[in-house]
Design a protein around this ligand. Structure first.
Ligand SMILES: Nc1ncnc2c1ncn2[C@@H]1O[C@H](COP(=O)(O)OP(=O)(O)O)[C@@H](O)[C@H]1O
Ligand SMILES: [Mg+2]
Length: 354
């Protein structure tokens, strides 16, 4: 179920014989180092050296326009890259364990036990003709070896813990009888059912209306507080990410252009792309500005560009931006920016005038 479904619909029905790897104390929970991913069987590089970490209990937001590489990065972290996509370079580890070369059986021990996942379209990950309670109970029976009775009891507890009212009633409902918000709660219950340490939520609130989105965000916050659950929270909406996350990683055209503590990124964005995203999101110091889209288009996937990949759309681009690779610079504690002008201390007033 959930992650397993991405690869094979019947994977959840097979006994999970693989044990979950032991966790090494003091390591990053999730660590991606210089990850490069190609698509179309090596024809084009879509992910160009992504590095990021998630600490235990931390909520990290991945933000960036559609096509910037957020989903591929998540799927690499979950060991479920689509066909034709491969990791060409870099490494990936969870709690000190190298996952880069993990076998399929090894991933079975990871899925659900160490990492769970939820996506934008919960209905497509559920069997439409089986009650949601039975689908959750089946995961508990297969993955944890619970008896039918214990799995049912635990399912109802999990439905309660994700804020589903009347959990005994919901247990007997099929997906079509539940709203989008309820289905996403069911998916979160399934994703956390084997007590993983990390939840990957890829656009999990995007399709929900604003009120329900706020409730699901509140639920993620509560799960972190109650269980110490870390979350890799993906959204193209910086306003939503800013509200929930401890740290934010900004993607642009397959690269990380800026990362740092959420507050720092919102209040003192250094990369012109992040500044543009904030204007679109209308948050922070920019909330009174009128909504505007970022002009221009990102480069094509696989397109070779000398220098900054954002230069073609950047209002501040200079010759130096196009002359060679731009290395990330650390501008403040944990705050990294891939921009030659990153050291310039722009105030909100100066930015507004740009
Ligand atoms: N299965 C795939 N096959 C080929 N190209 C893909 C595949 N998945 C994603 N890509 C390409 O990789 C890039 C990043 O996609 P994705 O990670 O889905 O972006 P995001 O989630 O940020 O919208 C895009 O240019 C997309 O076209
Ligand atoms: Mg995506």
């Amino acid at each position: 179920m959930t992650i397993d479904n991405l690869r094979s619909p019947d994977l959840a029905a097979r006994p999970a014989t693989a044990a979950a790897p032991a966790v090494t104390a003091g390591s990053d929970l999730l660590r991606l180092d210089d990850l490069h991913i190609s698509v179309h069987h090596g024809a084009a590089t879509a992910i160009r050296g992504i590095s990021l970490t998630v600490q235990p209990g931390e909520i990290v937001g991945l933000v960036g326009e559609s096509g910037s590489g957020k989903t591929l990065t998540c799927r690499a972290a979950l060991g479920v890259l689509p066909d034709g996509c491969t990791i060409d370079q870099g490494s990936l580890s969870f709690a000190g364990h190298d996952l880069t070369t993990l076998s399929r059986r090894g991933w079975e021990g990871v899925h659900g036990r160490l990492m769970g996942a939820v996506f934008q379209d919960p209905a497509s990950y559920l069997n439409p003709s089986i009650t949601v309670g039975h689908q959750l109970a089946e995961v508990l029976r297969v993955k944890l070896g619970l008896s039918r009775r214990a799995a049912r009891q635990r399912s109802i507890e999990l439905f309660t813990s994700v804020g589903l009212n009347h959990p005994e009633h919901v247990f007997h409902q099929i997906p079509a009888e539940l709203s989008g918000g309820m289905l996403q709660r069911v998916m979160i219950a399934i994703a956390i059912s084997c007590d993983p340490q990390l939840l990957v939520a890829d656009e999990a609130t995007t399709a929900l209306d604003v009120t329900i989105q706020a409730e699901v965000i509140e639920l993620l916050r509560r799960l972190r507080a109650e269980r110490g659950l870390a979350v890799l929270f993906v959204s193209h909406d910086l306003a939503v990410v800013a509200e929930l996350c401890d740290r934010v990683v900004v993607f642009y055209a397959g690269e990380v252009v800026e990362s740092g503590p959420a507050r720092e990124i919102i209040e003192r964005p250094r990369h012109p792309y992040t500044q543009a995203l904030l204007r679109v999101a209308s948050v922070g110091d920019f909330r009174r500005r009128e909504l505007q889209v970022i002009g221009g288009q990102p480069p094509q996937v696989g397109e070779h560009i000398t220098g900054c990949r954002f230069a073609g759309r950047c209002p501040a681009a200079a010759a130096v931006c196009r002359s060679g690779p731009i290395a990330p610079v650390t501008v403040d504690d944990q705050h990294e920016v891939r921009c030659v002008r990153a050291q310039e201390a722009w105030t909100a007033g100066e930015l507004a005038a740009r």
